[in-house]
Structure formats: C-alpha cells, structure tokens
Design a protein. Structure first.
Length: 437
C-alpha cells in the first residue's frame, strides 16, 4: 500500500490528483470547526468537555460528522444526509418502476438518479438541521451539562432559520466537495469524506481511553485497544476480500465467418455482499426508540424500559437486538441489491450458462441458493465485528462510544482498500507499454 502511494507521488498527474484530494480534505476539516451563527461557542466547548466520552444518543451521528455535530458547526450534519438519501433512493429503485427504468437507461438514467439524490439530501438536511437546532435550544443535546440551555441564547425565529440555512448550505457544500474529489481526485469523494470524518475522532477517543485507564497510567489499556483493533482490522480485510466465484461458460457462436464466445469467466459473490449497510440500518433503527423516549414527557413504563435497555451499548437486550437486526438487514439488503432472475436472464441472452446447470430458471434458483448460503456467514461476521469491540473492550472505558466500533472499522477498511485499488489500477495503466513500443 505504501509503495503504491510512493509511486503515485512520483507520477505527475496522480500527484496532482492526490494533492487536490488532500486540499479538499483540509478545507472540509476547517469547516468542521466554524461555528454556526447564533451559537454560544464558549458554552458549547464547556458542554463538550463535560460530555467527553459520553455522547449519548448522538454518538453515531457525531461519528459521521467528524465530531462537528456536538460542536454545532456549519458542517454539523456532515455527510449523513447524503448517505441517508442514497440508501433511500437505492431502496426505492426496487419498488418504484420509474426509478428502475432510469437505472436501466445507463449513464443518463444514473445522472438523473444522482440529481434526485441531491434534492433529497437538501430536504433531509433541512429536516435534520431543524431537529438539531430544536435539540440544542432545549438543552437535550448535552444532557447533564450545566449550561446546556444557554447554547442558543437568541431563540427568535430569524436566528433559528439562519442556523438551519447555514447547516443546510454546509451539507450542500460537503456534497459538492465529495463530487469534486470523485471527478478530479482519487477515489469516491463521499467515501473519502466519510473516512476522514471517522478517522478524525480516533485520536481524542484513544486519549480518553488512556486517561480513563488505571493500569500503568492507562498505557496498558491503550496498548490492548490498539492490539485488538489491529486483529479486528486483519479479520475485516480477510473477509472483505473473500468471495465465492460461480463459473460461467459462454457458448461459441458463428456469425458469418467469425466465431464469438467460447470463453470462461465467473460471477464473484462476496461473503459480505451487503457491506456496511446492515450495521448502519440496525444502528439507526435502535436509535429511533431511544430518541423518542428522550423527547417524550412523563415517566411511563415503556420509556423506563427503553431508557434501561436500549440506551447503553453494553446492555444484553441491546446487544441481542443489535445482532438480530444486523442479520435481518444483511439478508434484506442482499435480496434487493442482487436479483438472481435478472442475472440469469442476462446470461441466457448472451449465451452464458453455469456448468451443470440449465440456463433460465434453474440458473436463477441455483444463484439464489448460493447467495442464501453465503449470506449466512456474511451476516454473522457483520454481527460479530459490530459487537466484539463493545463487549470485549468495555472494561477499558470503551463503552458504546468506542472509536473502533463495527461501523467505523468496516468503513475505514472498505474505503482504504478501494482507494488503494484505484491508485494501483491507474499506476498499471500508466506503466503499460502496449503492443507497439
């Protein structure tokens, strides 16, 4: 990996792309420290210091914003509205015929879906920005902070609208920066910004674990966290690259005096076909009841049960529900993202077949059978990766805000592997001599 980056910096055009990407990342990180107008910055800093290591229900959202959410900056919403909009559009593509037709149109249809994603991102940013401002005004953003109710001193309509507009504009700017990286930089822009947002929270979180440790001044806990994290990352890299290759044979066809086909290839089915989406879905779904309970008045029985069981990441009820939801969403997302009937029809159309399996419906049934069998270890792997850091390292002060949780590890490793692959592929293209020298 390091040799690929070294060679990339020696290539002029790749060096320009890497420097451009780094420049956008610096601009993005600067924006995460610019406070929104109408916010008492000193009160925010006091509440952040008091709530260090105890971010409560907003830990996941704060993770995707690179710590900007609790700082209430112009990039407070981060890339999360775009992620949510992308997932919603991807799910609607399966059930809305118009979106499905656009997806099949190729590049023009994809551009139209991207435009819809932008519009939905802005709408979600307005909605989430309004909720964040209301939460900050009520003092619920920092529960237990003495000055939480004074974070937004001016509670006029004009100030509220100004704050929401600034956050929405910040989300639109982040989306534009991500698209700039995709067009003129290295890798997928949105994934790179998500990578940076998560990685930016690691140093402070690790230092918090060290300060909360009791063995050798906290250095033993610090070292144990690093070692376990490296072991988990190695496991993630191994499983993320694992795949089941379904062989496909294309029959030879004679068109005129030329023969076409007769080649052998394969369909790569990854063990973790769903990626990190099930973990995000499960976290978001468990986030909703705790959020409803926090804003509901009174002390009803259901609110007490939710507060006791669904607000702590190390509670047995939370762990079991989290694991089951990850397994369910893994099968759900694979079912809507991989259509065996469509793959079988495409293979039949171009004369392809799986050796020993008849083309058409038997091929679709075989693909569905293989997909269901390989999704089981993939879903269990996601559940283990999401829960092992929380369960194993809770003794080191790493509660539900442990920085190297399942979501962060999967995203960091996935984005890192994909970026290195793109750099290596571009290096190979530039060093290819061709047939004529």
């Amino acid at each position: 990996m390091f040799s690929a980056f070294t060679q990339a910096f020696k290539t002029p055009d790749l060096r320009g792309k890497l420097l451009f990407t780094l420049g956008v990342i610096v601009l993005y990180r600067v924006g995460t420290h610019v406070p929104v107008p109408g916010v008492d910055y000193r009160a925010v800093q006091q509440c952040v210091s008091e709530a260090s290591g105890n971010q409560g229900l907003f830990g996941l959202v704060n993770l995707f914003s690179g710590g900007a959410l609790l700082q209430i900056t112009i990039f407070a919403l981060g890339i999360l509205p775009y992620i949510t909009a992308s997932i919603i559009l991807q799910l609607l593509t399966v059930v809305v015929p118009r979106l499905e037709a656009l997806k099949k149109e190729g590049q023009a249809g994809t551009a139209k879906i991207t435009q819809y994603t932008r519009y939905l991102t802005v709408a979600l940013a307005i909605l989430q920005g309004t909720g964040l401002v209301a939460t900050a005004r009520s003092g619920a953003l920092f529960s237990g902070c003495t000055v939480a109710s004074g974070i937004v001193p001016d509670r006029s309509i004009l100030t509220t609208v100004t704050m929401v507009i600034c956050m929405t504009a910040g989300t639109a700017l982040v989306m534009w920066l991500g698209e700039l990286i995709t067009d003129r930089g290295i890798g997928n822009g949105m994934s790179i910004l998500m990578f940076i947002s998560i990685a930016a929270t690691f140093p402070s979180a690790l230092w918090t674990i060290k300060k909360q440790g009791t063995l050798a001044g906290g250095w033993i806990e610090f070292g144990a966290v690093i070692l376990v994290t490296l072991a988990v990352i190695a496991l993630v890299v191994f499983v993320e690259q694992a795949q089941r290759r379904i062989p496909v044979q294309y029959a030879k066809r004679m068109i005129g005096r030329r023969s076409y086909g007769g080649t052998s290839t394969y369909i790569p089915v990854k063990v973790n076909q769903a990626g990190v989406i099930p973990v995000i879905f499960a976290s978001s779904l468990l986030y909703i009841p705790a959020l409803v309970a926090q804003f509901s008045g009174g002390e009803s029985g259901w609110k007490t049960w939710i507060t006791q069981n669904l607000t702590k990441g190390d509670h047995p009820v939370y762990i079991v529900l989290y694991f089951l939801l990850i397994v369910f969403f893994a099968f759900f997302y694979v079912a809507i993202s991989f259509n065996p009937d469509e793959v079988a029809d495409n293979m039949k159309q171009y004369g392809g077949f799986v050796p020993g399996i008849r083309a058409g419906r038997p091929t679709a049934q075989y693909l569905s059978y293989v997909l269901n069998r390989i999704t089981w270890p993939g879903s269990l792997y996601l559940g283990v990766i999401a829960l092992v850091p929380t369960v194993a390292l809770v003794g080191f002060g790493a509660t539900n805000n442990f920085p190297f949780g399942g979501t962060s590890i999967l995203i960091i490793v996935g984005v890192g592997l994909e970026t290195v692959r793109q750099i290596e592929s571009q290096l190979q293209q530039r060093h290819y001599e061709g047939f004529l020298r």
